[in-house]
Design a protein around this ligand. Sequence first.
Ligand code: NAP
Length: 323
Amino acid sequence: MLVFILPFIIIAILAKVLLPKKKASIKGKHVVIFGGSSGIGKALAILAAKEGAHVTILARNIDKLIEAKNEIKNYCTDEEQIITKVSVDVVNYEAVENNLGEVEEIVGPIYMLVNCAGMAICGEIENFTQQEIKNLVDVNLIGSVYSVKAIVPKFKKRREGIIVLTASQVALMGMYGYSVYSSCKFALRGLAESVYMEVKPYNISVTLALPPDTDTPGFETENKTKPKETRLLSETGGLVKPEEVAKKMLNDALNGTFFSYIGFESFILTTLCVGMSPFQSVFDVIIQSCLLGMLRIVGAFYTIHFNSVIKKCFKEKEAKKNK
Ligand SMILES: NC(=O)c1ccc[n+]([C@@H]2O[C@H](COP(=O)([O-])OP(=O)(O)OC[C@H]3O[C@@H](n4cnc5c(N)ncnc54)[C@H](OP(=O)(O)O)[C@@H]3O)[C@@H](O)[C@H]2O)c1
């Protein structure tokens, strides 16, 4: 089996190395980042500033926005670069649309829109309040739909643009404790794949980021709500720095890559769940086709491991109850 697929894998790797795709540039362009005042979004804003882009960050808390704006400014490479901030709730469509219009007037046409506004609350499904469910769906799903809906007409008119949505690894697989969050992130894949088809003829690209656990203020808050099972299942993956995730996201977005992921586990997961998602080259398809069957077996071992951890926790809980 390996002897049969090895030549295809080697050809695919060589083609990737020898025939690199032309990368877009954001130098002098306007990059807008929802959730740019913290975590992954702020790290991406800093990178964009380093690349010479004009950067607008949007979030709700004005103090955090001011602090982030001052920090991002330090990384500008050109005096002409404009760094702006807008206080807005991404769940308010009119405010999103109006603010994007206003920043375009001040800074110039938007070339890249990144949505990093999001949050996670963990827990078993029965323990969520209705308000928590609504908040999660609003910011993680509705906010993304709104930001995309607001930007697409502008990009279509100019026949260029880059859209980046931030999902998660749990956009590809369900996980104990993530029922509500994971539902929203799964939905982002549907959003990204559908919009990808709609905007491709207009020279607009869509990238769906699938960050692993990342060391951000948002992750710190999420950790406070994690059931023991969720902690045990996710701790093997380690913690990635937001700068690392942002670098990969920006690079993938500028290369027009659909899935942006980091690390070997994410590679396995993304390949396994590739489905009908957009591909960049025929060589990607060769790699995925060669690996899919084998990775299903690897995935099955992960599933067995996850279920055994959950069963162990269940037995512990039952034993405590019966004491
Ligand atoms: N960290 C991880 O481990 C991880 C892993 C996978 C995916 N992700 C995803 O990556 C994205 C960024 O996460 P992060 O960890 O960097 O989070 P973070 O540090 O908490 O930053 C979230 C940002 O979103 C803004 N925001 C939240 N709700 C908003 C709203 N309703 N309207 C406008 N802005 C809003 C926040 O500012 P305000 O609160 O001031 O509005 C902040 O700027 C999220 O979508 C998250 O689900 C994170």
